[in-house]
Structure formats: C-alpha cells, structure tokens
Design a protein around this ligand. Structure first.
Ligand SMILES: *[C@@H]1O[C@H](CO)[C@@H](O)[C@H](O)[C@H]1NC(C)=O
Ligand SMILES: *[C@@H]1O[C@H](CO)[C@@H](O)[C@H](O)[C@H]1NC(C)=O
Ligand SMILES: *[C@@H]1O[C@H](CO)[C@@H](O)[C@H](O)[C@H]1NC(C)=O
Ligand SMILES: [Zn+2]
Length: 449
C-alpha cells in the first residue's frame, strides 16, 4: 500500500517537473551581409566583385565557391546555412531571431537593396515555413518603411507592425508562456539618431513595455543588432555615450525580468556582463556572423547559433554553436556545417547566468590562474575557429575590458590602466639589467677583496 502510494507520488512529482520545464529551441542568426555581386572571379580589392575587364590586371587569385575571408557572403554560402538549419532540429524550434545587416554594404541602390532583402526574406520563409522569424534592423539595413513592414508582415502581429513601421521596434508576447520578446532598433542609439524624436519614442515605449512586463510577471528577451559597450578590436563605439548609459540604466532597473539579451553586429562570438554596484545582474550574448568578413581587415568562419531554453520561464539553458570551415568547404567543394561547441560544456558552466558569465570573464583576466586555458578557448571561439592574428597581453586585456566594462568611459579607463601596467612592467624589466650587472660587479669586487 505504502509503496504504491510512494510510487504514485513520485510519478506525480516527476510528471509535474517534466511538464513544467518544457525544453524548446530558437535560432539566432545574424549579419548575412549578402552580396549579390560576389563572384569567384571577383577581385578582393573590389569587395570581391568582378573588376571591369579593361582595368583588370589578371593577377588576383581565384576566390572560393562558398566565399572568401575578405568578402561578404555569396548566395551559395547563405543557401548552405539555410539548408543546415532546415535539417537541424526543425520540430521543436519555437522561433528565429534575425539580428540585421542582411545586405552587404556598398551594394546597389535603395531599390536593389530592397530586392535583395526580399530574396533573403523569401529564403528564410522557405527555411522556416512553419515558424516565426523576428527580424531587427542593423545599421546596413534600410530605415523602417511601409515596404519593409509589408515584407515582414506575415511574421509579426498587427500591434508589432504598427510600432515597427514608425520606429523599427516591436514586442511579441509568446502566447503559451510568460516570455516576451522585445526587439529594439539599435540604430536609434547611434550618435546620428540618438537625439531625435524617434529615439525618444523608443525609450518611452521600452520603459512602458518593461514596466508592464514586470507587473505581469513576464520574463523578457531583449533582441537587437548592436550590443551596448565597446568593441575590443578598435576604439569604435556603436552607440552614443548617452544612449549607451541609458540602455544600461534600463537593464539594471529591470534586470530581474530580463532573461537574456541577444545581439550581433561585431561578427564575433563574445559576451557581455552588466554590473550593478559591482554585482553581476545581467548578460548579453553576441552571436558570430554568417559573413566571413569583418571590417576592416579581419575574418571569422560563418556561424549559426541554436539556443536551448525553458519555454515557460525563458531561462536560457545552453546553446550549440554551428559553423562552416570555409577554407575546407572551398577545398572540398561541399559546405558541411558542423557543431563547433556547446556553451555550458565548452566553458564548464553549470548554468547560463550573470554570475556564471562573470566567473568566466574573471578566468579571462590577465594573471588569473586559469587565464591561458580559458582565454585560448575564448579566442578560438571569438573568430569561430579561424586562426587569425596573435592576441598579446594588451589585446587579451582589451577583451576582458570589453566584456566587463560596458560604460564607455569605464572601458577606456580599463584599457588605459592595463596599458600603463604593461608599460611599468616593461620599464621594470629594462631596469633589471643594469641593476643585475651592478650587483655582479659589486659581488666580484667583494670576492676579489
Ligand atoms: C516601395 O514600394 C513602392 C510601391 O510598391 C515602390 O514604388 C517603391 O519603389 C518601393 N521603395 C523601395 C525602396 O523599394
Ligand atoms: C532575387 O531573386 C530573383 C528571382 O530568383 C532574381 O532574378 C534576382 O536576381 C534576385 N536578386 C537579388 C538581388 O538577389
Ligand atoms: C550539444 O547540444 C546539442 C543540442 O542540445 C546536443 O544534441 C549535443 O549532444 C550536445 N553535444 C555535446 C558534445 O554535448
Ligand atoms: Zn554586420
């Protein structure tokens, strides 16, 4: 009797937890930089497009069928990415985040760019025929318009279309869960636009959405093209100082309900930790691009990311990073996308949280006992296994600063502090020699006596 009762109770407990934590998946894809003019006969000095016949010297190398590390994406590369996503996990995918920069810079007229976006939209529509794709605008994408709203109308509900049309931002309520997606137009954070009316309208709207979500006990994903903070590679800030600070204040205020922030733009695999009085309170994960090229002269392998999450609470459980070894694909004549790594396993995280990512960042700090191993993993993932140039001490420290110091002034301070520490260490090293020589001389003199 007792045993039966226990078994029954256990079954209830187990089935309760099973239905409670429903596992789902979503794709995060970003920065296609589709270049309709890419050709394997292209010239890397001309953005991999065909040089006009007379001007062509004929000395340039042939480019790969799937693309080249100094070029934006060929159609074949993007089609191979779409094929990989179609064959992977299509049943329990809940939605797709598509974070902008769809078309290569320097391509075509407004009309031609719109045509290219239409083609990419059709491809995503065929790839995810029974899913919703949530697009956000990158800095290379057109401003919000009637045309764009119509193009993406089948993915977004009416209310979302209304705000998208005027400002390029919107929110989506997941009907069967307490998860809300907030899609931002981060172009409105730029120096050029951050003081305008549309930028203010987005702040007002964002605050209202987050207040309402908090009062309804919803969890929120924030999705955008460019993350707050600085780029570790060159002193380039995507956002105006004021807009950056305002975004961070907003995240700190609502950190309890923000279950994740997802960005692209950097064409690199990295992350950010947001602190409130030195306490890690929120995180952002930045997905690498499909485009192998990274301005101004850097590169990575093409990447696609599949998140695993609890569909009820929105809690991110893990992600799988897929990638294409572009050089191997061109050599072998076939684009074989494979798993690069899983987040929790790769870095040995017990969960995906601000605390866990803070601890990971700490392992990347220069002088940490784990530094070399963790940093080597990080830097390999950063360029999606495309071994690029060396990252010395100063470079490594810039990465640490970019991950942990999202206030623009704090980032600069962090980098300068490291630079002066390194310079001091160098000075000390150069002082060592004369002192040592002096000591040897003194000792020699003493022994002679
Ligand atoms: C937007 O659509 C209108 C009507 O179809 C068309 O005339 C216009 O050229 C389009 N604009 C762009 C940028 O494609
Ligand atoms: C878009 O697709 C159409 C139909 O396949 C094709 O004719 C056109 O060249 C494509 N344009 C771009 C910019 O990809
Ligand atoms: C990585 O995650 C995927 C998706 O959850 C899973 O199928 C795969 O087995 C994992 N791989 C490893 C090595 O843990
Ligand atoms: Zn981009």
């Amino acid at each position: 009797m007792k045993t039966a009762h226990l078994v029954l109770t256990l079954t209830c407990v187990i089935s309760f937890t099973c239905t409670h934590a429903k596992i789902g998946y979503f794709w995060h894809i970003t920065d296609f930089h589709y270049d309709p003019l890419y050709t394997s006969q292209g010239d890397t000095r001309r953005h991999c497009r065909r040089a006009d016949e007379r001007g062509s010297s004929g000395h340039h190398r042939a480019l790969g069928r799937f693309g080249d590390y100094s070029c934006d994406s060929s159609l074949e590369l993007i089609e191979s990415a779409a094929r990989h996503m179609r064959t992977r996990h299509s049943e329990n995918v809940e939605f797709v985040l598509w974070t902008g920069d769809i078309i290569a810079s320097r391509y075509g007229s407004d009309e031609e760019r719109f045509q290219a976006i239409r083609n990419m939209t059709d491809l995503m529509g065929r790839t995810f025929s029974s899913h919703f794709v949530f697009p956000v605008l990158g800095h290379l994408d057109p401003a919000p318009s009637e045309n764009l709203t119509n193009l993406w109308g089948h993915w977004l509900p009416l209310e979302a279309l209304q705000t998208f049309k005027i400002g390029g931002y919107y929110t989506i309520e997941q009907s069967h869960s307490k998860l809300r997606i907030v899609a931002l137009n981060t172009n409105l954070f730029s120096v050029r636009e951050s003081n305008g009316g549309p930028a203010q309208a987005q702040w007002d709207w964002l605050n209202a959405v987050l207040e309402k979500a908090a009062s309804h006990s919803e969890m929120v994903y924030i999705v955008g093209h460019a993350a707050p903070g600085s780029d570790s590679r060159h002193a380039y800030d995507a956002h105006a100082t004021g807009a950056n600070a305002q975004y961070l204040r907003t995240v700190r205020r609502h950190a309890r309900i923000i279950a994740g922030q997802f960005f692209g733009h950097l064409h690199a695999d990295t992350f950010r930790v947001i602190y409130d009085n030195d306490r890690p309170v929120s995180w952002a994960l930045l997905a690498p691009s499909v485009s192998p090229h990274r301005e101004p002269a850097s590169a990575s392998n093409p990447g696609l990311r599949l998140y695993k999450f609890d569909t009820n609470t929105g809690k991110v459980l893990d992600y799988t990073q897929y990638y294409l070894d572009l050089a191997a694909a061109n050599r072998g004549g076939a684009a074989e996308w494979t798993t690069e790594y899983n987040l929790t396993q790769y870095y040995g995280l017990h969960e995906v949280s601000a605390d866990a990512l803070h601890n990971l960042a700490d392992k990347l700090r220069i002088g940490s006992p784990h530094e070399t191993m963790a940093f080597n993993k990080y830097i390999r993932a950063y360029s999606v296994k495309h071994d690029s140039s060396e990252c010395d001490g100063a470079c490594a420290h810039q990465h640490f600063c970019a991950i942990t110091c999202l206030e623009l002034a704090a980032y600069r301070q962090c980098v300068e502090a490291a630079a002066s520490a390194l310079a001091a260490a160098k000075r000390a090293a150069s002082l060592e020699t004369p002192i040592a020589v002096l000591l040897v001389m003194v000792i020699s003199v003493l022994t002679l006596l």
